[in-house]
Design a protein around this ligand. Structure first.
Ligand SMILES: Cc1cc2nc3c(=O)[nH]c(=O)nc-3n(C[C@H](O)[C@H](O)[C@H](O)COP(=O)(O)OP(=O)(O)OC[C@H]3O[C@@H](n4cnc5c(N)ncnc54)[C@H](O)[C@@H]3O)c2cc1C
Length: 388
């Protein structure tokens, strides 16, 4: 067991941090305040080659593993960028995964170089108004007519699609009632968001205002069959192949956001003087900061273990779910403690911690809720009966 990063991994961490630090906290606050997508930041990261970190070299990427992608996102978040900075990069890593794994050579050539260069932005559409946690209940339907599919339905929370040209979309190609197994009969498409019959409307939300989440309505949208990714009817399984890695990426982001919060909290605790001494002298503040820090480091170890296993091709469902569960808790606790340390000023946007606090809350809900991560552990690790 070796707990040291390799030289290359250390270099990734340093280089990412240096680049991320060229965008200060005011930049992120303004993006959030003005609901402005961080185009300049994304362009900088694309030009430096980071968007293509997990895309094979043959398609313009760096061909690195999920471990390195976790380091990238953790370090972006540790710089204070929060989900505002993480999500646009995350969307260049996760939705393209089924294309890398199951796409045809033509699809890889058509989509991946654009994602790596930042020219092609992609969204992800699985959740529906009546089907979130229970994905098998999606009702968006793609009917095969000749050499195209006609898709009708509605997605909710589709993130990043205001600025994206494509979204990875899961639709039923066989009705729920007609499949032998409920996870069959769903298919993945790289939907062209410029197609006729598409409407997008943005959802007002608690945080990450710069990165949109939307209701996506599809009314008889014609999708060429060559935009089907992988095998018809196997879309759920194609997605599953990438879900553990997405959980690990999210967990890495949560650890990074927590680290940024602790840095901000410690700085304030050292500087702020009340009763003639820095407030950090009070164990009532020092202990929660130390406790939150130790939980972040524990979560980070789970992320690194899960990512290592994923990259080695081992099954890592338990580690990915535990990493996501622990990192979302630890990240939230770190932000909450750091906000508390600031007293009333924790509530003021000037000190930035309120933005991180709003943003980190998301990771207890999405992309998979804490309850579903616990269900996985209960069933698959502890051997308890399936609870849903
Ligand atoms: C900001 C944001 C961005 C998002 N981006 C995307 C995106 O890009 N693409 C996309 O497809 N989706 C996206 N989502 C959706 C997200 O993945 C879902 O919200 C999440 O999976 C939960 O589904 P739901 O909201 O339908 O909750 P529901 O399924 O309605 O569940 C409600 C609550 O009940 C709990 N629950 C349900 N069943 C059980 C059970 N058996 N045991 C215990 N608890 C249970 C859940 O854990 C949850 O807390 C996003 C969500 C948000 C908030």
């Amino acid at each position: 067991m070796d707990f040291n990063l390799t030289e290359e991994q250390e270099m990734i961490r340093t280089q990412v941090r240096e680049l991320a630090d060229t965008f200060d906290m005011e930049y992120w606050r303004d993006c959030d305040r003005n609901h402005e997508y961080p185009h300049e930041y994304l362009k900088t990261f694309a030009e430096a080659g980071w968007l293509g970190i997990a895309i094979p070299e043959a398609y313009g990427g760096a061909g690195l593993d999920i471990f390195e992608a976790c380091l990238l996102l953790e370090e972006i978040c540790a710089s204070g960028a929060g989900t505002t900075g993480a999500s646009p990069v995350h969307f260049a890593i996760f939705p393209p995964m089924p294309v890398i794994k199951y796409g045809t050579e033509e699809q890889k050539q058509r989509f991946l170089p654009g994602v790596a260069s930042g020219e092609l932005k992609v969204g992800f559409g699985v959740t529906e108004p009546d089907a979130g946690t229970d994905t098998t209940r999606i009702s968006t339907y793609a009917e095969k007519v000749g050499d195209e599919y006609i898709i009708t339905g509605q997605k909710v929370w589709s993130t990043n699609i205001k600025h994206a040209q494509r979204t990875l979309l899961l639709a039923r190609t066989t009705p729920y009632e007609q499949v032998d197994k409920k996870t069959l009969g769903m298919s993945l498409f790289m939907l062209d968001l410029e197609s006729e019959g598409i409407e997008r409307s943005e959802i007002e939300k608690l945080g990450r205002h710069a990165v949109d989440s939307n209701i996506l309505t599809l009314d008889h949208v014609r999708v060429p069959a060559y935009d089907l990714i992988g095998e018809e009817g196997q879309g759920f399984y194609h997605l599953l192949a990438g879900l553990n890695s997405e959980r690990l990426l999210i967990a890495a982001e949560a650890v990074g956001i927590g680290r940024a919060a602790i840095d901000i909290g410690v700085k304030y605790a050292n500087e702020r003087v009340v009763f003639n001494r820095p407030i950090g002298m009070n164990q009532g503040l020092q202990f929660p900061l130390a406790d939150a820090h130790s939980k972040l480091i524990a979560a980070q170890l789970l992320v690194y273990k899960g990512a290592t296993m994923f990259d080695q091709g081992q099954s890592c469902g338990a580690e990915a779910n535990m990493a996501k569960l622990r990192a979302a808790e630890a990240g939230f606790e770190a932000c909450d403690v750091a906000l508390q340390v600031h007293g009333g000023m924790g509530y003021a946007s000037e000190y930035h911690i309120e933005r991180l606090w709003r943003e980190i809350r998301l990771y207890k809900l999405a992309p998979v809720s804490q309850e579903m991560a616990l269900s996985y552990i209960g069933q698959h690790v502890l051997g308890l009966p399936k609870s849903y």
